[in-house]
Design a protein around this ligand. Structure first.
Ligand code: SF4
Ligand code: SF4
Length: 57
């Protein structure tokens, strides 16, 4: 289980990067990379994303 980014919805605003308590999200130009080994499924990135581009799976 880890957060997953939907590149078809994501605006690459970086909002989710700042709220992740374990720094599992990185924004590389036009790509969101999630470190699945770090993610603790807290849901903070899902809540902050205004376009629902993050989900837990
Ligand atoms: S907050 Fe949402 S739109 Fe912004 S970078 Fe994260 S997933 Fe993409
Ligand atoms: S679910 Fe929580 S720990 Fe996982 S990437 Fe999102 S903010 Fe970070």
């Amino acid at each position: 289980m880890a957060a997953k980014n939907n590149p078809n919805k994501c605006l690459y605003c970086g909002g989710c990067v700042g709220v992740c308590p374990v720094q599992a999200i990185t924004l590389n130009d036009t790509k969101i990379v999630i470190d699945k080994n770090k993610c603790i499924n807290c849901g903070a990135c899902v809540k902050i994303c205004s376009v629902s581009a993050m989900e837990l799976e």
